[in-house]
Each structure stands twice: as C-alpha cells, then as structure tokens.
Design a protein around this ligand. Sequence first.
Ligand SMILES: [Zn+2]
Length: 421
Amino acid sequence: MKRSFKHMRWLAALALGALAACETNPITGRSQFMVVSEDMAIGQSAAAYSSMMGDLGKKRKVEADSPRAEKVRHITDRLIAQAVRFRPDSAKWKWEVQVINDPKTVNAFCMAGGKMAIYSGMWEKLKATDDEVAQVMGHEIGHALANHTQERMSIAYSTSIGTQLAAIALGARDQTAALMQQAAVVAIQLPNSRESESEADQIGIELAARAGYDPAAAVSLWDKMGKLGGGTPPEFLSTHPSPEHRKETLQALGARMQPLYLAAKSAKPGDAPSFLSSKEAVNERVVTRPGEPTREEFAARVANEPTTMSFLAEPFEKFKRGETVFDCRAQCAFTYSRRTPDWKKLHGRRQWRDLAVAVLQVGYLGDLSYFMLAEAARGLGLREAASTYYKRALDAGKEYGCGADCEGFNVPKLASAALGR
Ligand SMILES: [Zn+2]
C-alpha cells in the first residue's frame, strides 16, 4: 500500500515535470527537454564531481600540481573569461578543472555549473597541443553554457526514475539527491545529439578564438581523434558524435573566427579576474586583488559590449543597422507570450545585448517587440537605430499594439516621449 503510494507520488512528480519540460535555450533559442531545474543540475553535479574526484584522488589519479595541470587551468581560465560574456550568470558558477591521470583515456567533460576534467590520454595518446586542448575544453564549456548537460541530466533522471523507484527505500529527498547525482554522472557519458554537437562546436571554437587560441586547431583535433587507431574509437567520440560535414563546417567557422583570434593574440592581457577555484578562494569566498574587478562586475561589463556570439551575428548586425523588421504573428504568438516576462527581466537588469537577442529570437510582430529593440539599441548607444525602432513601435501599435499596460510598459507613451513627440 505504502509502496504504491510512493509510486503515485513519483508518477505525479514526473507528470508535473513533463508539463514544465520544454525550455528555450538562453544562447541558441532552441527548445530543450528539461525536467531537472538548473539549480538542481548545478548543485547535484558539484556533489557528484566532488565524490568522483575524491575517489580518484585516493587512487592518486588526480594531477594536482603537474605542469600540464597548471597549463590546463591557465587555458580554461581564459576560456571562462570569454564564456561570461555570453552568459553573465555563469560568473557565479564554482568553476573547477582537474587533470585525471588515465593515459589510456581520450576524454574530457564539463558538468552543469562548470565542473570540468580532462584525461591525460589527451596528451599521451593524442599528443594534443595547447591550442587543441583549448578547443576540447571550449567545446565542453559550450555544452555546459548551452545547457546540454542539464538536458542530458534530465533525460538520465527521467529514465532512471522509472526503473529505480521500486528499489529504493530511502526518504524522498535523499532519493532525489542520489538519483540526481547519478544522473549527473550518466549525463557526461550519454552521447550528445548531433544538433547539440553543432552548437558546442560553434560556441567552443569562438570562445577559444576570443581567448587567443588558433581556430585551425579545431580541425586538427577532430582529425587526430578520427585517426586514432587501436580498434576502438576514443571515448570522446562516442559521447560527441560527429555532425555531418564536421570538418568542412569547422574549417568555414575557423575562417570566420580568424579576425577574432588575431585580435585576441595581439591584444594586451585583459583585466579578467580568475574564475577557477584556486588557492586564493578561501572558504568559497573569492579574494580579489586590489583594483581587480569581481567576477560579477567583469561579467556585467563585458556582457554589455555590443558584440554577440558570431552565429547570432547576422540578425544582430541587422539590428544594429536599424534594419530589423518583424512579420511573424500567429506562428510566433505562443513563444512571444512565454518569453515576454524574460524581456522585462533583461530590461530591468539593463542587459541590452541579451535583450536584443531575446527579441530577435522570437521575431514577433508587435509594438512591444520594436519597443524592446529600441530600448536595447538606446542602451547600447545606437541612437539612430533606437529612433527607427521607436517609430516602428508606434506604427505597429496602430494594428498590433498590446495596450497601455504591456508587461508594465505603456508603449505608445514611452515611445513618443523617447522620440520627443
Ligand atoms: Zn560535444
């Protein structure tokens, strides 16, 4: 009796989860299956990571102070300083990276919340250069930024519930935590979809280029992986299957990234704070050196520089020139109604670039869309584009206005005032 009640509760939880399951990705705009909340994914991944590293540490399989561990920390720190540009909230993650001494394994991962590892097989078997290590870690960070790890955790978690609920006699809370941690480990062993692979390739190569690592290394890295003999393909390829034409796509992306790479290489080192937990982090409180920005300050500043991930660049460049025109109504109405609360939040936080990207991703024809674009353009200092969009907001309002109180904005009044009418 008691047991079937428990069954019911889990099924109910699962059903509730399924209702709230589809979320829009903050970077790519793709809809994802999510049962595990982001906070849960981050918290339980950290717990799973620390027990995994604890076990490996006992077997003396974690390289703490080797020169290559030092180098990996340096590379990933530079990648993270670029990552927070596109996801300012990731500045709060407790980023960490370890080198696992396992010369036969060619693999690396980044869990939800920034807990990373790379296996020593990357050097022993693959002879990876620094630029190639940057590509591997950039790719892994790309998966985490685009919430792919959370997505796979959601899949692992919802499958494990079905098969395990009868066997576990723990209290519901311990049970959830145990299953979640297991899901966090399974998530990094589950293959990514080819769609996710393309996204991570794009994000990774760009993070690396902006951090000053050669985009050509992305191609040589996948080449080396593919050629690795010995019968079984490297672990890395089984969890990161190749999307079609990966090599050609990476070559084309690399050419587009070349200017970013050259600019980063010739720039003097920036004032980015360290993002990795290090000896300087005392009791989880990060000590900043005098004059150095905190992680959050740094992230907030770079997030408002008017550049965006290059795969969003085309619509974004049009936006900057004042050329964005919306024409989608019924088809985009559902997404619009789901995402307008996010717009309001981004507006409140003055995250202008992210606001513009969010509005462009929805593409809905309405006065609020144009008004938000205008506000974003104004926030980014694009005065001409701003006045174009204020005018379009007023025009759109004649037919497609959402009234005097649209998410708390009186668009006609505010747009007129901004135009000095
Ligand atoms: Zn991948």
